[in-house]
Design a protein around this ligand. Structure first.
Ligand SMILES: *[C@@H]1O[C@H](CO)[C@@H](O)[C@H](O)[C@H]1NC(C)=O
Ligand SMILES: *[C@@H]1O[C@H](CO)[C@@H](O)[C@H](O)[C@H]1NC(C)=O
Ligand SMILES: *[C@@H]1O[C@H](CO)[C@@H](O)[C@H](O)[C@H]1NC(C)=O
Ligand SMILES: *[C@@H]1O[C@H](CO)[C@@H](O)[C@H](O)[C@H]1NC(C)=O
Ligand SMILES: *[C@@H]1O[C@H](CO)[C@@H](O)[C@H](O)[C@H]1NC(C)=O
Length: 608
């Protein structure tokens, strides 16, 4: 027996050392290839000296183990619930095998790339600035300038790249190569209130009360046309709930695409809607040089909406706004490095380095899933899992285009697959479809119905399989559909989107010194995150850890605390989309929050 075991060890060592052999002169093999993306045309060769920031993703050795830990510490029925992993524990689980590290190092050294290698804390990503000419040599490919027909945006990309055969097991993904995402904010509509209008939020709320629906709570009648922080606290059963400013609690909002959160607007908003918060502000974190210009005329509608509502609901919980640099249109002729990767990975590198990331973080941006290559989407999603394992709740807007953007039209890329078949398809949104985030759909009106001025993003991921935590809820919904409904238009085995919903229309914000009314599931994500911060406050007061990755909790013992939304649907792709039903549905998920009810569950002695 012993000898046999020893023999195996020797064989394994032999195998792994041959994998680690230098790959110089080794034959190349295609690593990834995509169809020319819809809506983009090849415009010209990329300039040889154009600098790009090339990212290599090395395999995360023990990701399955990390995932197992994540589910255990997030499952309220498990004895490890709430025992989140430390930064070091998570890093140890995603660090690549030493063979992968040395194989990649040797290969890069062969191109004289030794210094200026930028590594993620777990060493699972290596980033290096190289001119296009070198990237083409390394990846045996040719880069072109691609132009987006509709917007004129340009990207330097390729539709195929190769790696030495020996390295295929040591490098999972290289970008920017095949990503054609046009990452956008999920805000839909905005209109300014006439300058002559001097009615304050408190004047609005002195009106009569209306009943919110099944929860039976009463709400100011004005909430049916104008959503304020007061309305949301009424609707979600948190009237008068003010958390402590305990430094152990925290909330964050991400900003991209030069969306700046204006502090003067935030003060006006506080004065109007949360007077006790006046003079408090957020901490600003710049990611890869992201700015937060305080020029009032550059205040961002998305950023202002997100910080005003997330931080207005949760004040005085310590708040952080992250601004990550990079935005289209990218100018491929400029000699400075342009980092045109979809920017979640830059943000992830940054946040995973922090010892104490905020306990809940809201993001209101997304891409069509098919514009982000699956290999890259998997890695970004795995980054979100790492945050979840460390006890961070991540909320994402589910999008504003119902089951898909526009009418199925072969001339545009809308609702048509990019897999070579040109099939009509409900195109889900990424990252809302990542199973490790909580995706938030949209409602409107009192009583609440699925939003209809635009349509709540929802459906099923084509990349990510349905996670166990939503198996019962989603299969119940699918069983209720008439046989053959939308056959071939969606993946009935995919992760269902969204998980929950919140109000998403007619939010009263301050923008550039003026009062505006804004709508989009962009409003729903920061709203939900604000309430998660209040729930975490209750957890801290009960001497319990923060909620962390929320989905296993809300699909099990938390599910009955949600207000089920049962009216509406989410049109898209020339169809009426899915209908809202009793229980989970791909429009409003489990429904909207009942704070007091969920608080009772998460502070009960039965939930660790
Ligand atoms: C709120 O407005 C919607 C239409 O926007 C209307 O159907 C509903 O009846 C109103 N709610 C109340 C309580 O008046
Ligand atoms: C905010 O700060 C200003 C200037 O320091 C002060 O006059 C005002 O009383 C403060 N307001 C609140 C509500 O703390
Ligand atoms: C503020 O932003 C506007 C619009 O971008 C610009 O025209 C103006 O010059 C800026 N002002 C300052 C002081 O930078
Ligand atoms: C799919 O659409 C593209 C662009 O419109 C076209 O070039 C291609 O021939 C189509 N393929 C099929 C299989 O219809
Ligand atoms: C939605 O409901 C309408 C009206 O009851 C019905 O005609 C339609 O078939 C339903 N659609 C789906 C996808 O269930």
């Amino acid at each position: 027996m012993r000898i046999f075991a020893k023999l195996i060890t020797t064989l394994l060592l032999a195998a792994s050392s041959s994998l680690a052999a230098p790959s110089k002169g080794c034959a190349y093999k295609v690593k990834e290839e995509i169809n020319p993306p819809r809506g983009w045309t090849k415009h010209a060769s990329a300039p040889a000296d154009h600098l790009i920031s090339l990212r290599f993703g090395l395999p995360q050795e023990n990701f399955r183990t990390l995932e197992k830990h994540l589910y255990e510490v997030s499952d309220p029925a498990h004895s490890r619930y709430g025992q989140h992993l430390s930064k070091e524990e998570v890093e140890a689980l995603v660090t690549p095998h030493p063979d992968s590290l040395s194989a990649v190092n040797n290969w890069l050294a062969g191109f004289n790339l030794k210094e200026d290698l930028n590594r993620s804390p777990a060493k699972d990503w290596v980033t290096i600035k190289v001119p296009v000419s070198l990237a083409e040599k390394m990846l045996d490919t040719k880069y072109y300038i691609w132009r987006h027909t509709e917007s004129g945006d340009e990207l330097v990309r390729t539709t195929s790249y190769s790696l030495p055969i020996d390295l295929h097991d040591h490098i999972e993904v290289v970008q920017p190569t095949t990503i054609f995402g046009r990452f956008r904010p999920a805000k839909s509509t905005i209109s300014f209130i006439e300058d002559g209008d001097t009615v304050s939020a408190s004047d609005l709320s002195n009106a009569e009360k209306i009943v919110a629906g099944e929860s039976g709570v009463t709400v100011d009648a004005s909430c049916n046309t104008t959503i304020t922080v007061t309305c949301l606290k009424q609707l979600y059963n948190a009237v008068g709930v003010v958390p402590s400013g305990d430094s152990r609690n925290s909330i964050g909002v991400t900003g991209y695409l030069e969306q700046f959160a204006n502090i003067q607007d935030l003060q006006s908003f506080f004065a109007d809607q949360v007077p006790a918060a006046v003079n408090s502000t957020f901490k600003f974190e710049s990611v890869v040089g992201g700015l937060n210009t305080q020029n009032l005329s550059q205040a961002g509608d998305e950023a202002n909406l997100d910080v005003q509502f997330a931080f207005g609901i949760s004040n005085p919980v310590p708040a952080t706004f992250f601004s990550t640099a990079g935005r289209p249109p990218f100018n491929p002729d400029v000699r400075t490095t342009t980092n045109t990767n979809e920017p979640y990975s830059d943000w992830l590198d940054f946040i995973l380095k922090q010892e104490n990331p905020p306990h809940v973080i809201s993001t209101s941006y997304g891409d069509d899933e098919q514009t982000v290559p699956q290999s890259f989407a998997n890695r970004v999603c795995a980054g979100f899992a790492q945050l979840g394992a460390r006890g961070v709740t991540l909320t994402f807007s589910s999008g504003d285009n119902g089951v898909g953007d526009g009418d199925a039209n072969p001339a545009t890329q809308k609702c048509i697959t990019n897999d070579g078949r040109n099939a009509t398809r409900f195109i889900p949104l990424f990252p809302a479809g990542c199973p490790f985030v909580t995706s938030v759909g949209g409602t409107a009106s009192v009583p609440e119905v699925a939003v209809s001025r635009f349509f709540s993003g929802g459906g099923f991921s084509d990349y990510f399989a349905r996670p166990l935590y939503q198996e019962v809820a989603v299969s119940q919904y699918l069983a209720s559909l008439p046989k053959g409904t939308y056959a071939g238009l969606f993946n009935p085995h995919g992760r269902g989107i969204p998980d929950v919903a919140a109000q998403s229309d007619r939010f009263r914000i301050f923008l550039g010194g003026r009062i505006a009314s804004i709508g989009g599931t962009s409003a729903a994500s920061p709203t939900f995150a604000g309430f998660v911060a209040l729930l975490n406050d209750a957890r801290i007061k009960a001497h319990k850890p923060p909620l962390g990755f929320l989905n296993p909790l809300i699909y099990s013992i938390g599910a009955s605390t949600f207000n089920d939304i049962t009216v509406g649907h989410n049109s898209g792709c020339g169809t009426t989309g899915f209908n809202v039903t009793k229980g989970w549905d791909p429009v409003t998920g489990l429904g909207t929050l009942n704070f007091e009810k969920l608080k009772d569950v998460i502070t009960s002695p039965f939930v660790l």
